[in-house]
Design a protein around this ligand. Structure first.
Ligand code: NAP
Length: 266
């Protein structure tokens, strides 16, 4: 039985907290009593405006910047370290989609997506983790995707990064097993945000695949508000997974089966 993790008085960082799922998670964290939530995003005006709007739920501070660069990561980590004695919750939410056939994918985009979706969550975790381990308290959220458990045409780069997150967490969870630093992985199918609008708008193979799945009613589009509520509840309850849609639970369960076997053996 896992301990609960009271959110009262916690300090959190939500990357990509300016809109979509991230902004909803910020709202949920503040509503559950976090004392301060920092958000970051590249578009400074949107980031500042979101922080102002989210401040109706509690203290939300904008630190705009591009976390795909080393300078951006250091600025973010440095500014928080200057203001706070500790960071209790890290939500690695910022992400970029790809929905282009790989043969014509832009090389720079491949690197940026791989960096923002996979490398940056690892680097920010590397910054936050020593303090959490020293205090024996903390929670880290990662955002994977249904596309991290199965391959979709046009989403090979995106899917690779999201699968990478899942396996990174599999290893890290084992390292943290004897601590009170816990992890939640959010793995949704389509979510009704700007990112999904971009994918749906593409006149490519991905669009036909999505339509087929939707006809089979396999991947309904999730409400970001409901998903954020489930995620914040999972943080407070120290639950390791938030998976959506629930009707694809078997898919997620099968995908995690090798890790369960390894965990049993180790
Ligand atoms: P979204 O609406 O596009 O929001 C993405 C957020 O990330 C924005 O705040 C964006 O702000 C920020 N961001 C992107 N690149 C950044 C960078 N280099 N530095 C700093 N901030 C950056 O996306 P969403 O749908 O809420 O997605 C949130 C997470 O859920 C992502 O990890 C995504 O992969 C995952 N997910 C989404 C879906 C879906 O269907 N929507 C499904 C499964 C998983 P700026 O543009 O201003 O930088």
């Amino acid at each position: 039985m896992k301990d609960i993790f009271s959110l009262k008085g916690r300090v959190a960082l939500v990357t990509g907290g300016s809109r979509g799922i991230g902004a909803m998670i910020v709202q949920g964290l503040l509503e559950h009593g976090c004392s301060r939530v920092y958000i970051t995003a590249r578009k400074a005006m949107q980031c500042d405006a979101a922080a102002k709007e989210l401040s109706m739920y509690g203290e939300c501070i904008s630190i705009p910047g591009d976390i795909s660069t080393q300078a951006g990561i250091e600025k973010l980590a440095g500014e928080i370290a200057q203001r706070e004695e500790r960071l209790d919750i890290l939500v690695n939410n910022a992400g970029l989609e790809t929905s282009t056939a790989f043969a014509v994918e832009d090389e720079r985009e491949i690197r940026t997506v791989a960096r923002v979706n996979l490398e940056v969550p690892m680097l920010l975790t590397r910054h936050a983790l020593p303090g959490m381990i020293a205090r024996n308290s903390g929670h880290i959220v990662f955002v994977s995707s249904l596309a991290g458990t199965a391959g979709f045409p046009g989403m090979s780069v995106y899917g690779a990064t999201k699968a990478g997150i899942l396996n990174f967490v599999n290893g890290l969870s084992r390292e943290l097993k004897s601590t009170k630093v816990n992890i939640t992985v959010l793995s949704p199918g389509p979510v009704d945000t700007g990112m999904w609008d971009v994918i749906e708008d593409k006149t490519s193979t991905i669009r036909n695949v999505v339509k087929r799945f939707q006809r089979l009613q396999l991947i309904p589009t999730a409400d970001p508000v409901k998903l954020a509520i489930r995620t914040v509840d999972a943080v407070a309850a120290n639950k390791p997974f938030v998976r959506d849609p629930k009707r694809l639970s078997l898919n997620f369960w099968l995908n995690h089966a090798p890790t369960r076997i390894a965990n049993f053996a180790i």
